[in-house]
Design a protein around this ligand. Structure first.
Ligand code: GDP
Ligand code: MG
Length: 170
């Protein structure tokens, strides 16, 4: 893609089992998809065309599991996922946020995602606590249920807005 084209790469990070793959799959069903161009290049790479505020952007998602070297991957946004029902996955997410801030700085969109919000009675991480962590590391926070496809469109749109804002703050 050309330098000024709206092509954004999003790396999906987080502990195993938090719902990264499920979330990425659900993005492909969003009502914001401009037209059905979603392609699955490999098991872990997806590209979609999103129409937001009359502007089309292509977003590529790399489902990175745990093995990614942040220096190696050039991305426009980082999505750090944990499960609100699994405390250890939140700790992993906070470590990742710290690493991102140190390695990448604050000029890239970073979104902390508390997934599995449907597991209400198993919740181990309070919303306020996750919000605090996001604030501390210059990230946004969203809670989703990938299983119920709840708040997933909002996450996709919030991410694109955040990417556009970081490129052109106003
Ligand atoms: P990944 O390892 O991070 O890619 O996680 P997966 O997407 O493979 O999901 C791991 C397990 O969690 C699967 O059994 C999913 O069905 C389940 N899962 C994913 N998202 C949710 C969710 O929002 N709520 C619940 N209850 N389960 C979920
Ligand atoms: Mg996966």
């Amino acid at each position: 893609p050309e330098a000024n084209s709206s092509y954004f790469k999003v790396v999906v990070l987080g502990a195993p089992g938090v719902g990264k793959s499920t979330l990425t799959h659900q993005f492909m069903t969003s009502e914001y998809i401009a037209f059905d161009t979603s392609t699955e290049q490999s098991e872990r790479e997806y590209t979609v065309s999103v129409l937001l505020n009359g502007e089309e952007s292509t977003m590529e998602f790399l489902d990175a599991e745990n093995e990614v070297d942040l220096h190696e991957v050039k991305a426009d946004a980082y999505m750090v996922v944990f499960s609100i029902a699994h405390r250890d996955t939140f700790d992993t997410a906070v470590d990742l946020l710290a690493e991102l801030l140190l390695d990448i700085g604050t000029d890239r969109a970073t979104i902390l995602v508390g997934n599995k919000a449907d597991l209400v009675r198993k919740r181990k991480v309070k919303t306020e606590e996750a919000l605090d962590a996001a604030l501390q590391y210059d990230a946004k926070y969203t809670e989703t249920s990938a299983a119920l496809n709840h708040n997933v469109d909002e996450l996709l749109v919030g991410m694109l807005n955040q990417i556009r804002f970081k490129l052109n703050p106003s």
